[in-house]
Design a protein around this ligand. Structure first.
Ligand code: HEM
Length: 283
């Protein structure tokens, strides 16, 4: 790890020396910028962490990765931010954006590999395979995705009774949102053997007291980061309408790390098992 850190420091030092004395810097020919936490996790799992020269803000997954330049959140990157670290290649989740920024990056001549963003087990398999191909690590990719394929063939049985789970996404000071169908959260709830408490709309909508009371969740599901952003459990249980739901009355909540829960990266099977086990306790 120290060796890797050293090589990376040398590369960056070289970049800063060239820039400060006005010499052209030819870029990190094999340097990768990774856009998306699952993408980054897969690159690390395929033993190519050393090639990373930049990551997006959702990819700060370890002390080592936190030393790398961060180029913005992958759902809203700027082309300038990404190109400022002089990458040779960008590996990006297909849902990175905005599209104009991605277009600008592609037009700059840097190789851009876009990998499937779909938040399903099949999506994880395709993501690992595409990144394995880009890194010429096909064999390692196949062994990484094997447990995911096995879970696709042998999914967990629904819990009995099936708890109704409400996922709440919160970030910064913005209003919290609840997940309808077609999201990563919806898919995780199903894969863990439970039922999404909200099935009347697709995607995310702001959390309202009416929506809370109507969907009558048995359990809430949140990310650690989201719960902190909302001010902790006390703030949650006192939201208007919350005490009129089974989850609120019995203070039932499952909290997981956001990348683990929603990333659909190489740890997705662990994430499903953890959620399933936690729901058994909370039900
Ligand atoms: C810099 C601030 C932010 C960081 C570090 C961050 C980080 C993350 C992470 C780690 C995840 C889980 C893995 C993934 O889906 O990528 C996530 C999910 C998500 N984030 Fe953010 N986020 C930020 C801001 C935002 C903002 C402003 C929005 C709204 C426009 C947003 C919308 C979402 C959505 C919709 C999901 C997916 C949930 C799902 O798949 O069900 N994020 N975010």
């Amino acid at each position: 790890m120290f060796g890797m850190y050293n090589k990376r420091m040398t590369k960056h030092l070289l970049y800063y020396i060239c820039v400060s004395v006005g010499l052209p810097f030819m870029g990190f020919a094999d340097g990768i910028v990774s856009l998306g936490s699952a993408v980054t996790e897969i690159i690390v799992a395929l033993d190519a962490e050393e090639r990373l020269v930049g990551i997006d803000d959702s990819s700060v997954l370890s002390q080592e990765l936190s030393q790398l330049p961060q180029v913005g959140y992958y759902r809203m990157v700027s082309a300038e931010g990404v190109l400022s670290v002089q990458p040779g290649m960008i590996i990006s989740s297909e849902d990175a954006g905005p599209p104009e920024a991605l277009k600008k990056i592609k037009n700059s001549g840097v190789t851009v590999i876009q990998v499937p963003a779909e938040k399903t087990l099949a999506g994880t398999v395709n993501r690992i395979r595409s990144i394995g191909k880009a890194l010429e690590a096909g064999e390692a990719a196949e062994s990484l995705l094997k447990p995911v394929e096995e879970r696709m063939q042998d999914p967990l049985k629904p819990l009995a009774p099936e708890p109704k789970v409400l996922f709440i996404y919160a970030r910064g000071g913005g209003a919290p949102n609840v997940s309808g169908t077609g999201t990563g959260a919806d898919e995780m709830i199903r894969l863990a053997g439970a039922k999404n408490a909200v099935d009347g709309f697709k995607g995310y909508r702001p959390l309202t007291p009416e929506a809370l009371v109507t969907c009558q969740p048995d359990v809430l599901l949140m990310t650690r980061q989201g719960l902190d952003a909302m001010g902790g459990e006390k703030a949650l249980w006192t939201l208007p309408g919350m005490q009129n739901t089974p989850a609120g009355k019995h203070s039932r909540i499952v909290v997981m790390d956001e990348v683990l829960l929603l990333g659909f990266g190489p740890r997705v099977v662990d994430a499903i098992d953890q959620l399933n086990a936690a729901l058994k306790v909370e039900k």
